[in-house]
Design a protein around this ligand. Structure first.
Ligand code: WTA
Length: 676
């Protein structure tokens, strides 16, 4: 039995009737070999050269996989390449310089198109500027920008000079930015004056300024002027203006630095089971190969497509499927700065229509919102250009899946439900739309070459229909290489639970030792998710087992939120859980007991909300703060978070008599009933 089913209980509904992609789709699909899964299986790990061969290498790799130092795997390790060369220069060389690379749609209706040539020019100029500021190979550059073209430009400029980027989601707070810059010892920051939030000018630079105050290192900052006169700003010491730099370095080009395949391309901080965010390290070769391959095989991206992944580049989905995957394939990627409902709820469909978007990729939370808003909005536009739809980020149950296919996809678009994580780098479970049929409510089989197994507590595979832990047995090219500066935590967080204990111990006690290792089969990656598998091997992902909750596609650690609450004067104890709303979205519920034992306290409530906003950002604001004289505890004094989650979700509770304070449960239930 598994501890928890995660917040989207709706996803445990049975899968809906299967749909086969229409013949017209299959005829044109990139990948259609019916026996692809078997071919990959037979040739593993060499099958992954298919992915690597989508890239241009400065030096060809000889070895595909090195697994001696598991779980620190190395892919294509003796090859050399540059990611920005792969996303830019080679498309210029193949005569596609006037092809649109990025179509940017601004929040206020502004539009900018960058051809591959335009993007190449601007990336080169900014790469030259970064070098001039002192950025050297392997220096971590932090990027704190909203969805404006300068964001992917800065990423590619870093990649060009071999400086790993660490993009921090623009909506995160000053504290969150400071923590990440501190952890990565980053001395360079690219940010902006501000951005528009629902039409209002919002100050980003003041957050960046506050973040820098607490840092030990000096930071060189580049500021992009997004708002002009709407939000005048002055530049201080160690700050320069992005557009001035471009003028200074106009027309300059920078040779792309040849990187080892295993060199870090970027760092992405994500939430984990403890309060401290984890810096997930991604490689250059394996990562880029995997995102290019999945863009081609799963999202069916072709160079002449207009492809739109409506995510934020501040998270992994945007890195892999707005920037690196599509640009490596030379396609046109749409980038949208705004929200789906501003100025009206038809905004996305207007963009699809005007740009004749071929492929659209978004999150279930958005699809549920579209469904709620009704068919009137999409029906105002011609969406017939769409050939394929995708979803990512959370479980999607059959109803919104079918609605999406019907009302956005015109009834016959294949829908790929792609399961993956910041740590997997790229898609790892999904149907292949040129090969597989789709079952609404199930992500599908593991991708060819990926060894996903749903296992019980003891690591044994569970029977079809049973719930278990989602694990991955063999390495894959896009996988995280480690956690920044913390190899131990990489092993303990992801590998310890289901790998051979001797192998784990050896790696922890004599890290990276050269003595011969046991079989690579000893190692098994644990995703933190639970899942169920059906007779055909299709996997339905149910949710997280750990203290991570997924709120509108933002991955948040309950521990991070709890520590922001615990900081408030007067708070004694707190527990934060996810609650599934009526529409299937996850909301944050915070339980709080105060030192004075008062049932509720308006001043404390206000400080809690303020503290969360300043420690993490508005995305982590709880839907409800429930004051209670005590939190329910086991006799050994552990807070029963799982029980609190069940209470928030209105679930039947099991036997609570083993609690130290069972009477409190009824009180909390009454409190929640009042809230509702
Ligand atoms: C969840 C986002 C069900 C899952 C790419 C995972 C999903 C976490 C799906 C990673 C899906 C992602 N079906 N659940 N198709 N895709 N998830 O790191 O719980 O932001 O562990 O990466 O999102 O979130 P992350």
């Amino acid at each position: 039995m598994v501890e928890r089913n995660g917040p989207d209980r709706d996803a445990s509904a049975p899968t809906g009737s299967p749909h086969s992609p229409p013949p017209s789709f299959i005829e044109q699909a990139n990948v259609t070999e019916p026996a692809l899964h078997e071919t990959f299986e037979r040739n593993w790990p060499n099958c992954w050269t298919r992915a690597a061969d989508l890239l241009s290498w400065d030096e060809e790799y000889e070895t595909v996989l090195e697994d001696e130092d598991a779980p620190f795997y190395r892919w294509f390790a003796d090859g050399r390449l540059n990611a920005s060369y792969n996303c830019l220069d080679r498309h210029l060389e193949s005569g596609r310089k006037n092809h649109a690379a990025i179509r940017w749609e601004g929040k206020r209706g502004e539009r900018r198109t960058y051809t591959y040539r335009d993007l190449y020019v601007e990336v080169n100029e900014f790469a030259a500027a970064l070098r001039d500021l002192g950025v050297e190979e392997d220096d971590v550059v932090t990027i704190y920008l909203p969805m404006i073209p300068e964001l992917p430009i800065a990423m590619l400029a870093c990649a060009r000079i071999g400086a790993p980027h660490s993009v921090v989601f623009a909506g995160l707070s000053a504290d969150a930015l400071a923590t990440r810059m501190d952890a990565a010892e980053s001395e360079y920051l690219v940010t902006c004056d501000g951005y528009y939030r629902r039409g209002d000018a919002f100050n980003q630079k003041s957050k960046a300024d506050n973040a820098r105050i607490g840092l030990e290192q000096d930071v060189q900052t580049v500021v992009v002027d997004r708002l002009g006169d709407d939000l005048p700003h002055v530049l201080g010491e160690n700050e320069c203006d992005y557009h001035d730099l471009r003028e200074t370095f106009a027309g300059e080009t920078v040779e792309p630095v040849s990187r080892d395949a295993e060199d870090m391309l970027f760092l992405m901080y994500t939430s984990g089971t403890t309060g401290e965010p984890k810096g997930v390290v991604h490689s250059t070769g394996g990562y880029l190969a995997h995102v290019a391959w999945t863009s081609r095989a799963v999202l069916d991206v072709k160079p002449d497509d207009t492809y739109w992944c409506a995510a934020d580049i501040g998270w992994i989905t945007g890195h892999s499927y707005i920037v690196y995957g599509p640009l490596a394939l030379g396609t046109t990627t749409v980038m949208y700065e705004g929200t789906p409902d501003y100025p009206d709820r038809d905004r996305l469909w207007e963009i699809v229509d005007r740009n004749a978007v071929d492929i659209f990729y978004t999150a279930p939370t958005a699809i549920r919102a579209f469904m709620k808003w009704g068919t009137d909005y999409p029906s105002r536009y011609d969406l017939s250009s769409l050939r394929l739809l995708g979803t990512v980020g959370e479980p999607i149950s059959p109803r919104p899946w079918n609605w999406y296919r019907e009302h956005i996809g015109g009834g016959d678009c294949p829908v790929v439900d792609t399961w993956w994580q910041t740590e997997t780098g790229a898609v790892t479970i999904s149907t292949l739309p040129g090969i597989d049929e789709m079952k609404p409510g199930s992500a599908g089989p593991p991708l060819p070459g990926i060894d996903v197994r749903v296992v019980d507590e003891a690591g044994e595979e569970v029977e079809p229909g049973q719930t278990g832990y989602l694990t991955i047995g063999r390495p894959w090219p896009g996988m995280a290489r480690t956690l920044y500066d913390n190899d131990d935590r990489f092993v303990t967080e992801y590998w310890r639970r289901f790998s051979d204990p001797d192998a784990v111990n050896r790696q922890l006690t004599s890290p990276h030792s050269t003595e011969s290792r046991e079989d690579a089969d000893d190692w098994r990656y644990f995703s933190g998710d639970t899942a169920r598998v059906d007779e055909d091997g299709y996997i339905t992902v149910l949710g997280r087992v750990d203290d991570v909750i997924n709120v509108s596609g933002h991955r948040l650690g309950t521990m991070e939120i709890e520590s922001a609450i615990a900081d408030v004067d007067g708070v004694a104890e707190t527990a934060v859980v996810g609650r599934s709303s009526g529409t299937g979205d996850t909301e944050i519920y915070a339980y709080v007991s105060t030192e004075s034992g008062h049932d509720s306290d308006a001043v404390i409530q206000r400080s809690i909300l303020d503290n969360i906003e300043s420690a993490i950002g508005p995305i982590a604001r709880p839907e409800a703060v429930i004051f209670t004289p005590e939190l329910p505890k086991t006799r050994s004094g552990k807070i029963m978070r799982r029980l609190l989650e069940d209470v928030a979700n209105g679930e039947e509770l099991g036997d609570t008599s083993a609690l130290r304070n069972p009477e409190i449960v009824g009180e909390i239930q009454a409190e929640i009933a009042d809230e509702g």
